[in-house]
Write a protein of this length. Sequence first.
Length: 170
Amino acid sequence: MRAIISEKEVQDTVLGVFKYDENIHLWRRNIGGVNVANTNGKKRFVRFCQAGQSDLYGYVNIICSKCGTITKGIHVEIEIKASNGHLTTLQEQWIAQTLDNDAIAFVFKPRTNEELLNCRKIIVEEINKHCPHCKRADSQEKRPEKRTIGVEEFKRRYGKAKKRVSPKSR
Ligand SMILES: [Mg+2]
Ligand SMILES: [Zn+2]
């Protein structure tokens, strides 16, 4: 086992694995820029994409083994990391923003060769965690208890219910 797996190797492997996949479509984002010369000879820097955006992007069909539904065309962002890589703040923010908008975003950082070889399984599992049907059912289960309580419950908690005073009897 090698000590470090480079980001380029991870990226090439992932792109290769899903190249002909019917449900997971990924492209590489060229982040960075080049110096180009204008016709007048002046150089200027042309930036591609925004710092923090993920290395790979695309769309996927979520095939959920839990509930058996297929959800097509969900946007995905995957930040690729070398086995010793770290997320920058901007990368973290990009992922958070993507998730906030109900698209999929995650980091793929294989720590071992085995994890790299298993990238298909790991990535498919990560994507399928985002099944919108299962997420909805989940959030309904975790919904906090009702805020209103009945008269009986009020009495149990706070003693006698307050008597209503009608304007006439005042
Ligand atoms: Mg990266
Ligand atoms: Zn599901």
